[in-house]
Design a protein around this ligand. Structure first.
Ligand SMILES: C[S@@+](CC[C@H](N)C(=O)[O-])C[C@H]1O[C@@H](n2cnc3c(N)ncnc32)[C@H](O)[C@@H]1O
Length: 200
């Protein structure tokens, strides 16, 4: 499985993505983002943005001068995401492995319903850490538990059949190696949530 296969898989899903987003995904995104203090944040990154499910709560919870950057590997997803664009959002096609941003640029990075699709989670996490400011926060989250997500991908089959969230032990190891300190790591209900802070 390569990034190209994943891109093709999601390109093919893009036209029906928006109408099939479950309500629980929208609700979970709002609940988690509404619970954060994003008041003084200058730059936010949304990795694997799909059609932009996070943008409404992000726009509502941030100041007018906060800039949101959103990337996705699937050009077709981005074409549909344009319907939700606002002047505060910059949309780019990019691979999470090679983020087109300078070191130390973001105070917050969100990665929603996307992390299991990365071929090399350790390299992606260190790329996340690279673009974070000191004490910047990385939030990887889902609307379902790890067990449910891993089983769902198995049931979907094809390209995503083996796409699973890394174990707690693996996340602990790769976070440490990337210079990220885990603040919270919850695998169960109401949904997977990994929150880490850049230590240096
Ligand atoms: C399950 S969808 C989730 C989309 C959106 N976050 C949501 O919750 O509706 C996963 C997204 O991650 C994107 N993606 C997968 N691998 C990627 C990579 N290496 N770099 C950037 N985006 C990637 C896919 O194209 C897809 O849009």
């Amino acid at each position: 499985m390569s990034s190209k296969d994943v891109q093709k898989f999601f390109d093919e899903k893009a036209s029906a993505w928006e109408e099939n987003i479950p309500l629980i995904s929208v609700t979970r995104a709002k609940e988690v983002i509404n619970s954060l203090d994003l008041g003084g944040v200058k730059h936010i990154l949304d990795v694997g943005c799909g059609t932009g499910i996070l943008w409404e709560p992000l726009l509502q919870n941030t100041r007018k001068d906060t800039r949101i950057f959103a990337i996705d590997i699937s050009l077709r997803m981005l074409l549909f995401a344009r319907n939700r664009l606002s002047p505060r959002i910059t949309l780019l096609q990019a691979d999470a492995l090679h983020l087109p941003f300078p070191d130390g640029y973001f105070q917050w990075l969100f990665c929603y319903n996307t992390f299991p699709h990365f071929e090399d989670p350790a390299l992606v996490l260190s790329e996340f850490a690279r673009v974070m400011t000191p004490a910047g926060r990385v939030l990887i989250f889902h609307s379902k538990s790890k067990e449910e997500i891993d089983a769902f991908h198995k049931a979907v089959g094809s390209t995503v059949k083996d796409h699973a969230l890394p174990t707690k032990e693996c996340m602990a190891n790769i976070s440490k190696a990337s210079g990220l300190e885990i603040q919270r790591l919850h695998e169960g209900h109401p949904g997977y949530l990994f929150l880490a802070e850049k230590t240096c």
